[in-house]
Ligand binder design. Structure first.
Ligand SMILES: [Zn+2]
Length: 250
């Protein structure tokens, strides 16, 4: 009997340990067509936080939007893409200066990948000692890569001073990065580098410009709910109101 209990305990522990080591550090999900979402994780204030980016398969290599947050996953992401699609990443564009978007830029540059940020992002990366891209975008830019086309858009300050979004017009995919939060988000997340007064206007600029997105991809939440932008605007409106009241009562 004792042996049986010990065996069961042992098996239970093994399953637990095995189960833990099996928890993936990198997740890849199919979005639609040639679009995929990759997720890595990092710890923020004691919580495990997911960070999503996307990649797009083209006839001219793979375009990576943002880099993994987890520094151990730069190469595994390239390897997974190669294994899954037999293609190499050729371009990487980061959407603002925070580490969850830019951490892999220098590593990818060393692998021969053309890395991009806006000039504004580069200035902030330099100032804040973050990884920097090789090529700079001076203004909103249309990229044509293989059979695909997409544009970068700077809507104003929000999550950070420099946050941009990416729009795939043909596919109606809006890549919102950290500017847009999930439809269930309780708040707009870390605002230490943000602009609480401009945030609402900035989000509305995105909404006005891209009126009919089929998908809205966000950095730290589930992307399956298209109400994320609307919900973020609501949060930003509340935030502005609250800060106005605080400001005027000072
Ligand atoms: Zn972020």
């Amino acid at each position: 009997m004792r042996t049986l209990i010990l065996t069961i305990t042992f098996l239970f522990l093994m399953t637990k340990i095995f189960g833990q080591t099996q928890e993936p550090k990198l997740k890849i999900s199919h979005l639609t067509g040639d679009f995929y979402i990759y997720t890595t994780y990092n710890t923020y204030e004691g919580n495990q936080i997911p960070a999503n980016g996307i990649y797009l398969l083209t006839n001219n290599g793979v375009v990576l939007f943002d880099t993994p947050w987890d520094t151990t996953q730069f190469q595994p992401l390239l390897d997974s893409i190669k294994l899954k699609h037999n293609k190499n990443v050729t371009i990487c564009i980061a959407t603002h200066w925070h580490s969850d978007r830019t951490e892999g830029l220098e590593y990818y540059k060393k692998q021969g990948i053309k890395t991009y940020t806006t000039k504004q992002t580069d200035d902030l990366s330099k100032k804040n000692d973050k990884k920097r891209a090789e090529y700079l975008i001076e203004k909103d830019t249309v990229f044509n890569v293989g059979q695909y086309s997409f544009e970068t858009y700077y809507p104003g300050q929000g999550h950070t001073e420099d946050n941009i979004v990416i729009w795939f017009d043909k596919e109606k995919i809006l890549y919102g990065g950290c500017l847009i939060k999930g439809a269930d988000a309780e708040n707009l997340g870390y605002l230490g580098d943000g602009n609480v007064f401009e945030y609402e206007t900035t989000l509305k600029n995105v909404q006005k410009k891209y009126t009919n997105p089929k998908f809205i991809i966000v950095s730290h939440h589930d992307w399956n709910n298209i109400n994320s932008l609307k919900h973020s605007i609501k949060l930003a409106r509340k935030l502005k109101k609250k800060n106005r009241i605080e400001k005027s009562s000072r």
